[in-house]
Ligand binder design. Structure first.
Ligand code: AGV
Ligand code: CA
Length: 312
């Protein structure tokens, strides 16, 4: 059994963000020191509520949840953001009718600073949305850098992007595009970065095979929860950018609980902060090093995901 790692989780309230929180709470080798919600690919109030309800229902301990007051440059499509409301409304999260898990009155970036400084040793940061809160935290309290083990981030894309927006050339991934300057700021820091980019998740699409497996094992409450969460995401395979869902955030999250799930290599890259390619990540010899996830085993991935859900 590997050692217990302290993890601080900042997410943006999408389906796979909330499923990631559920997964983290089941990992025996992870201790969550805090959760924060940024209203990027989701909405803030239902995002914080759903997080607290997931902690109540599926956690054996209760980390604090904090709301972000950060705003991005390029808003996500409202149709995607609506997913937060669907998850928050699931009966399994509302059976008790209460919300017991603590809510912090600090904004997310300050909450993260406080938790990093208050936690013994170093903390792994897991970000499954934009990096705005981390960029702000680094500006306000540069001393936190010494308390960060590494940043594990779902963001970027080197072969293609997933943004279809006017005045943009389509080369960026959404988590970078929402706030390109924040990613650019974090790139200037000395923090070690594990990067799960669009290419990293190509082998783990949300396909019918895994949906069937969840359905066949729905006698497990946690597996049923996975199936219900992802029922928000319609399986329309011919509209790649608008609907094909990958396990972007979940792969990122599971790589913390089980590092051997992924293969990583060091590349040097930059983030383009403005203009028509804003948010694009580009491999470049004089860029900063990141550990890019370039491969995973889809079978081992789905087995681990289901094993965690079964034990919930
Ligand atoms: O770009 C991937 C990021 C991940 O953090 N998000 C979804 C994941 O939470 C944005 C996104 C890209 N395509 C999407 C997205 C889609 N079709 N629906 C919802 N969100
Ligand atoms: Ca996300």
């Amino acid at each position: 059994m590997s050692q217990i790692q302290s993890v601080y989780f900042n997410h943006d309230a999408g389906v796979d963000d909330l499923v990631s929180l559920f997964m983290l709470l089941q990992m025996e080798n992870v201790r969550l020191t805090g959760v924060s919600v940024i209203p990027a690919d989701g909405y803030l109030e239902p995002g914080a509520d759903a997080s607290r309800k997931i902690i109540d229902r599926f956690g054996t301990y209760a980390p604090e949840t904090a709301k972000s007051n950060s705003r991005g440059k390029n808003p996500f499509p409202p149709a995607w953001r609506m997913h937060t409301f669907y998850v928050d409304a699931l009966p399994i999260l509302n059976e008790s009718g209460t919300m017991e898990a603590p809510l912090s009155d600090l904004p997310a970036h300050r909450h993260m600073i406080r938790q990093l400084l208050a936690t013994e040793g170093k903390t792994t940061l897991l970000f499954t949305g934009p990096l705005t809160d981390l960029a702000r935290a680094l500006d306000e309290a540069p001393e936190i850098e010494d308390k960060i083990e590494k940043l594990v981030w779902m963001g970027g894309g080197f072969e293609r992007g997933n943004v279809d927006e006017p005045e943009h050339d389509g080369t960026a991934e959404w988590n970078v595009f929402w706030d390109p300057e924040a990613a650019h700021r974090v790139w200037q820091s000395g923090i070690e970065i594990d990067l799960v980019a669009l290419e990293s998740t190509i082998k783990v699409p949300l396909d019918l095979k895994i949906r069937k497996r969840w359905a066949s094992e729905r006698r497990y409450e946690g597996v049923d929860f996975l199936g219900n969460c992802y029922a928000c995401c319609p399986p329309l395979v011919h509209m790649e950018n608008n609907s094909t869902y990958y396990f972007w955030d979940v792969l990122t999250t599971l790589s913390i609980g089980k590092p051997e799930l992924v293969s990583k290599k060091t590349i040097n890259c930059i983030v383009i902060p403005d203009g028509p390619s804003q948010g694009r990540t580009v491999e470049q010899a004089d860029g900063r090093p990141v550990n890019l996830v370039y491969d995973t085993d889809p079978q081992a991935f789905s087995d681990y995901m289901i094993a965690l859900a079964q034990q919930a």
